[in-house]
Design a protein around this ligand. Structure first.
Ligand code: SME
Length: 162
């Protein structure tokens, strides 16, 4: 008799991880690989409206590749500021179900209702993060968090080197 596994990863997440691994392996340069990651994430998941990677640069986060219908003015965010800066400071994934109810939120897009920020690690150090904005309230859950933490491990080696 087989038993369903409650914690099983959604099929779409497994498929996406395979697609991302292939895209990274095929890209001719780490910058191009990182760009393909944000594009694939946005293409595959309808609730990922704006997808960006910020990289740590000293005491700031600096915007790297992104995919969305609009550019953000927040291209450099001090660590500790905003939801992005909070996740970088703590090393914890942040899920914000309602950005208007979170005093830390730095507004980028009028359409954003919820946000998830997932740190990218090299060893124990936060070296960047994946930031995703959603146009629906409560767009992100724990399955997004666990999935994006796996994606973060895939993109860690793509960090630009000075
Ligand atoms: N909302 C983020 C800023 C980055 S934009 O969403 C792209 C924050 O509160 O840190």
């Amino acid at each position: 008799m087989s038993h369903p596994v409650a914690e099983e990863r959604p099929v779409a997440h497994g498929d996406a991880l395979n697609g991302l691994r292939a895209a990274i392996a095929e890209a001719p340069h780490p910058d191009i690989a990182a760009q393909r990651v944000v594009e694939q994430l946005r293409d595959r998941f309808a609730h990922y409206d704006w997808v960006g990677i910020y990289w740590v640069d000293g005491s700031d986060l600096v915007l790297g590749p992104w995919s969305g219908s609009e550019a953000t003015e927040h291209t450099r965010i001090p660590i500790g500021t905003g939801v992005c800066g909070a996740a970088a400071a703590s090393g914890q994934t942040e899920i914000v179900p309602d950005v208007d109810a979170d005093p830390r939120y730095l507004a980028c897009f009028a359409s954003t209702k919820s946000e998830i920020v997932v740190p990218i690690f090299e060893g124990r150090d936060v070296i960047g993060e994946i930031d995703i904005d959603g146009s629906d309230l409560d767009a992100f859950d724990e399955t997004d968090a666990r999935f994006l933490e796996e994606v973060a491990a895939l993109v860690a080696p793509l960090r630009p080197r000075a």
